[in-house]
Write a protein that binds this ligand. Structure first.
Ligand SMILES: [Zn+2]
Length: 322
């Protein structure tokens, strides 16, 4: 019997990555291209079709076949794989993404929200394996969330569930891209952390980070500075952890989950966020659900989205039907 691969697509607001994935969760033959600058959704679909065909040909040369395609898309995706809205890739709004790709490739295609793809990847092949009910939080440019309830994905009635990053943590805080203000994303994403650092530097607070060129200031640099006991960096990361704990206390009380999987670039500084996160969680949540909530770092790194999308492509029947 021919070896089977699935194509996993991780479509981001800046780059698109796609790869062949084998049945054991190995990522092979990855490709990347810029997802910016397309005027029409169909043009991006065309590019994806040709990239997928290259991967299919590559699989064929190895005596293998591609059986399905799964994609994670940064936006609201309905149960049929249609993009309802994609704030950073507006040209995809209203595009029947999965259907279009399936017709062109003559393969089954499933599409889901990118944060849900990460959650599903970590659930099956990563840090969420032993957690029946969990929230996967991605701390990157924004704060993404994917909710697993009793071993299945809960995407909500309209597919919009799991928006953990837009839980309010400061009623009159900075305006957020979602239209609200003071969302968790404004404090605990990489962008939020850098905004806090810049604000403190602008207010004249001393820090080794002041010496960096603006473009060299990253959340990884903030983590490094905090490990060297830079007071400003420590303070900003503690605040990011505290806000996370504040939001997670509500989640723990509402859902009584087994755990939280923290992914994304900022997760490299998880140990620096954890003390204030835990303190805030226990201060605010009921004791039982707070104790139950394991907080672990994701283990799949940058591949979580591709792996989760591939898993979803091969077996889309993992979502709680609303
Ligand atoms: Zn928001």
């Amino acid at each position: 019997m021919k070896r089977e691969f699935i194509i996993g697509i991780d479509l981001g607001g800046t780059n698109c990555r796609l790869a062949l994935v084998d049945e054991g969760g190995q990522v092979l033959d990855g490709r990347r291209f810029s997802s910016r600058g397309y005027e029409r959704g169909r043009d991006l679909i065309e590019r994806l079709v040709s990239e997928c065909r290259n991967l299919i040909e590559g699989a064929d040369n190895q005596g293998a076949r591609v059986s399905a395609v799964g994609a994670g898309v940064p936006g609201l995706v309905d149960a049929q794989g249609q993009v309802v809205t994609a704030p950073n890739l507006g040209f995809l709004n209203g595009i029947p993404f999965a259907q279009d790709l399936a017709e062109r490739l003559k393969l089954p295609v499933a599409a889901m929200n990118d944060a849900n793809a990460i959650a599903w990847g970590e659930k099956i092949w990563g840090a969420g394996k032993d957690l029946h009910s969990s929230l996967t939080v991605t701390l990157g440019t924004g704060v993404g969330g994917g909710l697993i309830l009793a071993d299945r994905l809960w995407i909500g009635v309209d597919g919009s569930a799991g928006e953990f990053g837009h839980i309010n943590v400061e009623p009159e805080g900075p305006p957020c891209g979602c239209g609200s203000r003071g969302c968790l994303e404004q404090y605990s994403s990489a962008t939020g952390i850098l905004r806090s650092v810049r604000a403190a530097l602008g207010a004249g607070q001393a820090s080794c980070l002041a010496k960096l060129e603006p473009e060299a200031l990253t959340s990884a640099e903030v983590g490094r500075a905090a490990r060297n006991e830079d007071a400003l960096a420590v303070e900003v990361l503690q605040d990011a952890g505290r806000r996370l704990g504040q939001a997670l206390a509500g989640v723990a009380n509402l859902l009584n989950l087994d755990g939280v999987v923290i992914c994304g670039g900022v997760a490299e500084s998880l140990d620096l966020l954890l003390p204030s996160l835990q303190e805030e969680l226990f201060r605010r949540a009921f004791e039982r659900p707070a104790r139950r909530l394991q907080i672990v770092a994701g283990t799949l790194g940058d591949n979580a989205g591709i792996l989760g999308a591939a898993l979803f492509g091969s077996k889309p029947d993992v979502v709680w039907a609303a």
